[in-house]
Design a protein around this ligand. Structure first.
Ligand SMILES: Nc1ncnc2c1ncn2[C@@H]1O[C@H](COP(=O)(O)OP(=O)(O)OP(=O)(O)O)[C@@H](O)[C@H]1O
Ligand SMILES: [Mg+2]
Length: 440
């Protein structure tokens, strides 16, 4: 490595990171701003406090291999210096695992050969806190959890090819409330699993039938057959045994990073991976919300576009995960290929566009890596992109890995080159697999 000597007088002018752009030099130093030549720092919470953005969430877009995940890694590693902890909510390719191990943490693997189980309807830390809460707080927290669970089950049913009706949702919400014990005077919560929900729908007791205002059991069964069967497929399909049993691992909240490695799931198919991402997204939002240690947490949802393929409800599930977030000390990072991933679930009808716009609004910072085609006009407008900025993403960003246009709400974009250290490159080498196979 080259070494240069200079006086402090000269260094003052030379140090590459002194020239300023208007972005505050707080938080993680990502790389340099190619227009000002100055350093570029990212600190989403400070950006919110400083009024630069309205929420601390980030969305990252770009074609495969442009350097999206590497920039996320640079961000989370450099934020760690400030005590920020990270949860990788679904590492589809297992590419974060070497990094996680290098930080002294063993990732939790889900899938073939792993004993780890995650209950899709896990209560997380809520059970241990329960007794210390007032009844009002208990009711409030439980409403939040039941809302998430209903959205999750509806999204999972859609993944099985069935679009739930409002009546389905109402019954599900009812069943979940009873199973968890919320109707017993809020004394103790019970563990709920997908098979238990399925059983309650397939063998309804008379009270449920009456409360849900069905004439008789026959009518209940006939009306709810599609959603019952859709949930049944989750228990017996390629995901059997993964998300339908009580969670059997504990997260170490003091660890700097935690990761759920899904690479072993890939052999079960794209849909299984997408379902897993949906479950994990809902679960990680719930548990990080309830973590009251005052730490800032980053929740990374890499490859979120896979989940979007499941359907409108899966997109809405992501939307509600972000929206229901109650803590302002959480930074959610969504990584996709292109903004229209959020629309790929259906025809470019108004409902899908509205959802995509909604989701984008929940992520104030948009990091746009290279794209070979311009984003559609209506989305460009939502991203606050003018023609020249679109040209940057299709031109300049495509010329080198790690280049991206950083848009903080509707301000003019920054042209940023992420700079990786050699240690970071070594520990997060997403081409390792390719190299290993090519070398054979
Ligand atoms: N800032 C950078 N400087 C130099 N090389 C980089 C940089 N960012 C990424 N790379 C290289 O590009 C490769 C691909 O990067 P990365 O895996 O982050 O892309 P990605 O956009 O997440 O791709 P995918 O969509 O396939 O997940 C890395 O393994 C690394 O070799
Ligand atoms: Mg990636």
């Amino acid at each position: 490595m080259a070494t240069y000597l200079a006086t402090t007088h000269e260094i003052g002018g030379l140090f590459p990171l002194l020239a300023a752009n208007q972005n505050p030099a707080m938080g993680a130093r990502i790389g340099y701003d190619t227009l000002s030549g100055g350093a570029f720092h990212c600190s989403p919470i400070d950006w919110v406090l400083g009024g630069l953005v309205t929420n601390p969430n980030l969305v990252v877009f770009g074609e495969p291999g442009r350097g999206k995940s590497s920039t996320v890694v640079a961000l989370l590693l450099r934020m760690m210096l400030f005590g920020t902890r990270t949860l990788i909510s679904g590492d589809v390719k297992g590419e974060y695992s070497p990094l996680v191990r290098a930080l002294g943490v063993e990732p939790i693997a889900l899938g073939r050969g792993s004993p780890a189980r995650l209950n899709a309807l896990d209560l997380g830390p809520i059970t241990t806190r329960w007794d210390s809460w007032s009844v009002a707080r208990q009711r409030d927290e439980l409403d939040g959890v039941l809302g998430r669970w209903t959205k999750l089950l509806v999204a999972l049913a859609e993944a099985q090819g069935y679009t739930a009706t409002v009546s389905d949702e109402a019954v599900l919400s009812h069943v979940l409330r009873r199973l968890v014990g919320a109707e017993d005077g809020y004394t103790r919560l019970r563990e709920v699993t997908v098979p238990a929900v399925h059983h309650a729908l397939a063998h309804p007791d008379p009270v449920l039938v009456e409360r849900a205002r069905f004439a008789d059991e026959r009518q209940f069964l006939d009306t709810l057959r599609p959603i019952t069967d859709a949930l049944g497929n989750l228990i017996s399909g390629p995901l059997a045994g993964l998300f339908d049993e009580p969670t059997n691992f504990a997260l170490d909240w003091a660890a700097p990073i935690q990761s759920m490695d899904l690479s072993r799931l890939r052999s079960r198919g794209d849909q299984a991976v997408a379902v897993a991402l949906t479950v994990l997204g809902s679960w990680s939002s719930l548990i990080t919300d309830l973590q009251e240690d005052g730490e800032i947490r980053i929740v990374v949802r890499d490859e979120v576009w896979r989940q979007m393929r499941l359907g409108v409800k899966a997109v809405q599930a992501v939307d509600s995960d972000l929206r229901l977030s109650r803590t302002d000390r959480k930074i959610q990072i969504l990584v996709g290929h292109k903004p229209s991933d959020f629309l790929s679930v259906g025809n470019t009808g108004s409902q899908e566009v509205a959802i995509a716009q909604d989701l984008l609004a929940l992520c104030s910072t948009r990091i746009l890596f290279g794209q070979s085609t311009q984003v559609a006009d209506d989305l460009a407008e939502d991203l606050g992109l003018g023609e020249p900025e679109q040209d940057v993403t299709t031109g300049w960003c495509m010329e080198r890995q790690g280049r991206a246009l950083w848009k903080l709400e509707n301000q003019p974009g920054f042209k940023i080159q992420t700079v990786l250290s050699s240690a970071e490159k070594a520990v997060f080498d997403t081409n390792a697999q390719l190299r290993a196979n090519g070398g054979r």
